[in-house]
Design a protein. Structure first.
Lengths: 444, 247
């Protein structure tokens, strides 16, 4: 009977092409808006390393001005640390892995005939790659022994390696970074965590850096952060040495703590250090030292703000409106065919059979609507891609990377579309079978 | 086969009550051909709808092949309509976007017959009405008489015990009307009981028995053929006396 009902559904579409088109469009539009909004929301709010959420922690200490917060809308410590605080904590053996880092603009040259190129470079420590599970295409990162004294080793992003070495295995090749010779020891594979949780300073969805070198190079070469540096205290900062000794915050610090015991010990260490420094006149605000996991980190930094959440709510409200509209259109369509339904009832169709027949028709409409909705969502997301592409001219990453489906998302979207439409069609399909057959036949 | 006793059907609005049938009683024996006549608004169609389980009634009793229909669920009524009753309507009521074959197939689909069984029945029915060569035609491609013959084929394809025809010639010219009546007589001779509603006394005369309704009640009853009288005499409760439908 399912095949028979499907055939009847297709004939019914042909009987009322206008109404059918309206229904399909209503469903498709509602689904497309929902998919687009959910996709962007998912990309913007997802935890890219959710499986390590209870192991990775951002370290922050509130060394800020006692008279005002770090930002007007901010409660809690600044998201970055001073150099001296991060260096002290970095010396601890409590964490399984630890990272201090910041980003600078470097210049790469000396590779064939390629012109010198300014590249965003992350100055970081050896554990960065293992801690954040960064994939390698060739080679690997450096060991802790290369951190200090800083060895001239460099890891390139895949994109940068393609530009400099044509994508070949460049491990062992040399280049010049800020006029110093560096040896390539690793090339990253495709890696674009969204959002860029480990460093939100350059934008939540900024692309990863193009090169990575040991952090001490920055100190040795007196390089300044190319992202946020915040200072509050009126102190003398006339040179780099005074800068790194100041209370300016410009370093990110992350630790990997495998269990509650190590978290406790790390927290105690930080609190003990704070107490010492507080006695010496630093940390004038109330103690607020934090170990923040990734999910909470994203919430604290408002990676997804209320506007996005409201937008998701509005998208679902729009879908509900489209489905209510569809209910009305379905009722109109089914009642338009009431005489034929009456004839079928007279010929022996039960209410249940009429209900199932019309539900199959609703199902067919929902499948077509869902398919069209997916197509519209794809086009819509491509439009978002195009809209934001100008902000990242010539670069991979950025908002371009936000706008792709994942298989699970598409499957859920289709299920949502079909289920929602069938649910919307339950009442009209039930209603058409309830009137006594004679009522339809009298209208002849 | 059909036994109605004091059946009443009332249509109520906020202001008035209208008796479409008022203490209506009738017995129809198996194999009979009964014509129901009466002026417009006399309750003929309402009687047919109640007889065909298309409408409920408000009082009285109705037994169809010994079954009290008031106790039947919607599923049971639908099954009874599908398996035991065939309908023929004045305006044919063919489904416009199904061809002749598929129109005749409609009641058979709800019986869960095999495809081969359905095909055999459809072919037989269309052969009987003389439209076997028009299976792929759409209703709009047929004349009125041909459409009504398709409707008759649809009604008999399921081999019903009971055929209900509501003004089957109302939209046809005299030639086509005669053809349709010939067909109905042929079907009756094969053993199918027929209830025919008509306002045309000439057509009514072709039935074995005539029941005349006025204001929802039987006002007259007569048989028109010796054959009908013999059927009457043999049928239990049938008297043939004017003014009553049964002894």
């Amino acid at each position: 009977m399912l095949g028979y009902y499907t055939r009847l559904a297709l004939k019914s579409f042909g009987r009322n092409p206008g109404l059918t088109t309206l229904m399909v469009l209503a469903i498709a539009l509602g689904i497309a808006v929902c998919i687009m909004t959910l996709t962007v929301y998912h990309a913007m709010s997802g935890n890219p390393i959710w499986w390590k959420n209870d192991r990775l922690y951002a370290v922050t200490m509130d060394n800020w001005d006692p008279n005002q917060p770090w930002r007007p809308d901010w409660t809690g410590p600044p998201p970055q640390m001073t150099y001296k605080d991060s260096q002290y904590l970095f010396s601890s053996n409590i964490p399984e892995r630890k990272v201090v880092m910041y980003s600078v603009d470097g210049v790469i040259s000396g590779v064939g005939s390629a012109a010198p190129e300014r590249v965003s470079t992350r100055l970081t420590s050896a554990d960065f790659f293992a801690m954040f599970e960064v994939p390698f295409l060739y080679g690997n990162g450096w060991s802790a022994s290369a951190d200090r004294p800083a060895q001239p080793v460099i890891v390139l992003s895949r994109e940068e390696n393609e530009k400099l070495f044509g994508g070949s295995n460049s491990v062992g090749r040399t280049l010049r970074w800020n006029d110093h010779e560096f040896r390539v020891i690793g090339v990253l594979d495709e890696w674009f965590p969204r959002p860029k949780y480990y460093d939100l300073n350059g934008g939540n969805f900024a692309p990863p850096d193009k090169a990575y070198i040991p952090q001490q190079w920055g100190i040795d070469l007196a390089l300044l952060n190319n992202e946020d540096t915040d200072c509050w205290r009126a102190e003398k900062v006339d040179n780099y040495k005074e800068f790194i000794a100041s209370d300016c915050v410009w370093q990110q610090m992350w630790v990997e703590l495998p269990d509650a015991a190590s978290r406790e010990r790390m927290q105690s260490l930080i609190d003990g250090y704070w107490a010492e420094q507080h006695k010496a006149g630093r940390f004038p605000r109330a103690r607020d030292n934090r170990l923040t996991n990734v999910a909470q980190w994203l919430r604290d930094n408002k990676v997804v703000d209320n506007d996005n959440r409201v937008l998701v709510g509005l998208a679902f409200a729009f879908l509900a409106l489209c489905l209510i509209n569809t209910v009305g259109l379905l009722l109109a369509k089914f009642l338009n065919g009431a005489t034929i339904t009456g004839v079928r009832r007279a010929l022996g169709a039960s209410r249940r059979q009429i209900f199932v027949q019309h539900l199959v028709e609703v199902g067919a409409v929902s499948v077509v609507g869902a398919a069209l909705g997916l197509l519209l969502a794809t086009l819509g997301l491509a439009a978002v891609h195009h809209l934001y592409a100008a902000a990242h001219l010539g670069q991979r990453g950025g908002y371009q990377e936000l706008t792709h489906f994942d298989v699970v998302g598409v499957v859920w979207a289709v299920i949502l579309a079909v289920a929602a439409t069938v649910a919307a069609g339950l009442y009209p399909a039930w209603r058409i079978g309830q009137l006594p057959p004679a009522v339809y036949l009298k209208s002849q | 086969m059909l036994r109605m006793h004091d059946v009443s059907k009332i249509y109520r609005t906020d202001l008035i009550e209208t008796y479409a049938l008022r203490k209506f009683s009738l017995e129809v024996a198996e194999g009979e051909f009964v014509a129901v006549t009466g002026p417009s608004g006399s309750g003929k169609t309402t009687f047919l709808n109640v007889a065909g389980l298309l409408e409920d009634f408000d009082a009285g009793s109705y037994e169809l092949e010994g079954t009290d229909v008031r106790r039947l669920s919607d599923d049971a009524r639908s099954r009874l309509r599908n398996e035991r009753i065939g309908f023929i309507f004045q305006s044919f009521n063919l489904i416009p976007d199904l061809n002749v074959y598929d129109n005749v197939d409609v009641p058979l689909r709800y019986r869960r017959l095999t495809a081969a069984d359905r095909d055999e029945r459809i072919n037989s029915a269309l052969e009987l009405v003389g439209l076997a060569s028009r299976m792929k035609h759409m209703p709009a491609q047929l004349s009125g008489g041909q459409q009504q013959r398709v409707a008759i084929a649809r009604a008999i394809a399921g081999d019903p015990a009971f055929l209900l025809a509501d003004e089957p010639t109302g939209n046809l010219d005299s030639l086509m009307s005669r053809q349709v009546m010939d067909l109905l007589e042929q079907i009756n001779e094969m053993g199918t009981t027929i209830l025919l509603v008509t306002h045309d006394p000439e057509l009514a005369r072709r039935a074995q028995r005539n029941v005349h309704l006025i204001d929802g009640q039987i006002s007259d009853f007569r048989a028109y053929e010796p054959r009908a009288a013999a059927v009457q005499a043999a049928a239990p409760g049938a008297s043939g006396a004017p003014g009553s439908a049964f002894a």
